[in-house]
Design a protein around this ligand. Structure first.
Ligand code: GLY
Length: 381
């Protein structure tokens, strides 16, 4: 792009990514300082000025006051409610409490819900918005790296069930996403790393040049370099917007976003959702396994699989089982978990495999023997 013809949607500090979904289209704004502008940016998109901010205890202590101030300044009458931090809040009991609490306030269909927090708050609030009064508007203000580059964009909402993760939910798009990269400064390094795994995923799916850029810039990103962070978050949101626009309800290509996730969900279920293995950590190792499985099936080179593992090792994400929680991993139990994944169709597991870095594809033809051999090699029989 020439400097004489600047794209008005891009300025030095801020970038707007459009998620093109016809009447459900919306912007994802990426930049620093967006929390303090939340009301001004939301106001033109909403008919009413009533808003309920849903957040968790940790984020409330950091960004709730600034969000409420920003809403008031723009003429909103905001209230808020706070859930406990952590994956355990993503359940039907918490959802029921949130719904009752919001209904107790006497809301109308024009009342907006504002999800201020990470993936748990975003998924829970989006689900609540999709079913309250048969649908009220909602806005995402994701404050974790993982939520900014993945869960906050694309309209998947929901809670976990005793049967597994994310089994109860809806597709329901937000009106706006504000990815304020300044909020990442308070994010613990471990959480930043976990979000980083989902950034790497976009390179591995179909963007080898982005993967190479991350090999060079990943360490600076994790150190919190603001320009690198903004560039990587915006690039990831563009990738996600493109994939979601092509297949909003995951009838085909959106499933590529599940690269590494069939393994990851099984690892997380076996680890027990107790915080010992974060989703992004499981996804990182899951992507290593997806590349090793692809190499074992003769689809990609061993060098590609080794390159992916080397990058995760270099940035402190798991690339080998010894970096996972020290439980008795068992390959048969992991395969059993994979058989309960919601992507199983006609009894066949879905995997995202690859023909090389940036060349991922969907497969339902993974021989169980190849899978068992890979996991036996990793974890022992
Ligand atoms: N996180 C995967 C998706 O949004 O489809």
């Amino acid at each position: 792009m020439s400097t004489a013809d600047p794209d008005p949607r891009i300025d030095r500090d801020r970038e707007t990514v459009r998620v093109e979904l016809g009447p459900r289209s919306y912007d994802v704004v990426v930049g620093a300082g967006l929390v303090s502008e939340a009301g001004r940016l939301m106001a033109p998109l909403l008919a009413g000025r009533s808003a309920v901010v849903v957040t968790d205890r940790v984020v409330a202590g950091l960004y709730l006051d600034a969000t409420l101030d920003a809403l008031r300044t723009a003429g909103f009458a905001p209230s808020h409610l706070t859930v406990e931090s952590g994956e355990r809040s993503k359940d039907l009991a918490t959802l029921g409490g949130v719904l009752d609490d919001i209904l107790d306030r006497g809301i109308e269909r024009s009342t907006a819900l504002v999800a201020l927090g990470g993936g748990v708050v975003g998924d829970l609030t989006g689900f609540a918005a999709s079913i309250l009064l048969r649908g009220v508007p909602f806005v995402q203000i994701p404050t974790t790296l993982l939520a900014q580059v993945d869960s906050g964009v694309g309209g998947k909402t929901g809670v976990n069930s005793t049967h597994g993760k994310n089994l109860i939910g809806t597709f329901y798009q937000p009106r706006l996403v504000l990815a304020d990269v300044a909020t990442l400064a308070t994010l613990p390094l471990r959480e930043r790393r976990a979000g980083y795994a989902e950034i790497v995923k976009y390179g591995l799916i179909d963007d080898p040049a982005f993967f190479a850029w991350l090999e060079t810039n990943g360490a600076a990103l994790l150190d919190g370099d603001p320009d690198v962070l903004r560039t990587a978050v915006a690039h990831s949101c563009r990738a996600k917007a493109r994939i979601v626009a092509a297949d909003e309800r995951e009838s085909g290509s959106r499933a590529l976003l599940n690269l590494g996730h069939t393994f990851a969900h099984a690892l997380e279920a076996e680890a027990g959702y107790d915080g010992s293995l974060l989703h992004g950590e499981a996804v990182a190792y899951g992507m290593v396994l997806a590349h090793r499985l692809s190499a074992a099936l003769g689809l990609c080179s061993e060098d590609d699989a080794a390159r992916v593992a080397a990058h995760f090792r270099a940035v402190g994400l798991p690339s080998e089982p010894d970096a996972l929680p020290a439980i008795r991993w068992n390959s048969a139990a992991l395969i059993e978990q994979m058989k309960h994944d919601k992507k199983v169709q006609g009894g066949r597991m879905t995997f995202v495999l690859t023909r090389g870095i940036g060349h991922a594809f969907l497969s339902r033809d993974v021989p169980t023997e190849a899978l068992a051999a890979l996991l036996d090699q990793a974890f022992g029989e």
